[in-house]
Design a protein around this ligand. Structure first.
Ligand SMILES: O=C(O)c1cc(C(=O)O)c2c(n1)C(=O)C(=O)c1cc(C(=O)O)[nH]c1-2
Length: 253
């Protein structure tokens, strides 16, 4: 698979710290903390049904992350790379029944009043969620490992939004407790650990202008994956409220 050259790239090779600054600038401009759906969610401005729609749809992202990471593993020739990356799969899948991020997300979904088996079926998710999440999995499957690792770097920006979310949701919704949001607590340490490795890898391995352009494009793509999921939620459950056939319909409140 070829490296994809971004039309906005310059020919100049960036110093590693310049590359990091360019990655951070993408987050400042495009990360999903800026999306109107998140602003409403974190401000306590949504109904319980809208919060349920968010939890239900985001489950699909959570459930597919280890599949995405398993694709990444198949492209890693070195044991030390795989050792680092397989930790991510364990973070999400756990190392036994009842453990791991996916299980904690199911608890969050149950905590907001959803049925666990309905969530696991993914029957009620939006088409936009499905297509965006699958685009991420396919991206990591089909592109270079450098691009796959770079696409995980949205996690550079997640501790900030997670802290805002937990604070805002606890303050804004009577039906949310700290226990409901327990998913997010370990993410505050896991995400920086993930990023530490991925950022070092990308800064060391993206040596040509074309590789650096591919890394920047991968992060923009991933911001789009996250943004598109929130667009789908906003359109279906906020404004204009176009719920696609077969998707989750909140109970009247
Ligand atoms: O709550 C968030 O806003 C948020 C964002 C992201 C992200 O930036 O992709 C991830 C997560 N959470 C998360 O919990 C998570 O496990 C995760 C894995 C990945 C990835 O790309 O491998 N991103 C994220």
């Amino acid at each position: 698979m070829n490296v994809h050259i971004d039309s906005t790239a310059t020919d100049r090779v960036l110093a590693p710290d310049e590359l990091e600054a360019a990655l951070r600038a993408i987050g400042a401009e495009r990360y999903h903390h800026l999306h109107p759906f998140h602003r409403l969610l974190h401000a306590g401005a949504l109904t319980r049904g809208q919060v349920q729609a968010w939890a239900l749809n985001r489950y699909y992202y959570q459930a597919m992350i280890p599949i995405k990471d398993a694709h990444a593993l198949t492209k890693m020739p070195a044991p030390e790379l795989r050792r680092e990356w397989r930790r991510r799969i364990i973070d999400h899948d756990g190392d036994g029944p009842g453990t791991g991020g996916i299980e904690r997300w199911l608890k969050l979904a149950e905590g907001v009043g959803l049925d666990r088996s309905y969530v696991q079926s993914t029957d009620g998710i939006l088409p936009g969620t499905r297509f965006a999440v699958e685009a991420y999995v396919n991206f990591v499957r089909d592109r270079l490992i450098l691009e796959g690792i770079a696409s995980s770097l949205t996690e550079m920006f997640s501790p900030g939004i997670i802290a805002d979310r937990v604070r805002g949701m606890l303050a804004g919704y009577a039906f949310i407790t700290e226990e409901t949001l327990a998913y997010f607590t370990p993410r505050l340490t896991q995400a920086p650990q993930d990023v530490d490795f991925a950022l070092r890898y990308v800064k060391a391995e993206a040596r040509t202008a074309a590789e650096q352009a591919a890394v920047l494009a991968a992060l923009r793509f991933k911001c789009d994956v996250l943004w598109a999921q929130l667009d789908a939620l906003y359109l279906a459950y906020v404004d204009p409220g176009l719920i696609p056939p077969g998707a989750f319909v909140p109970a009247a409140e």
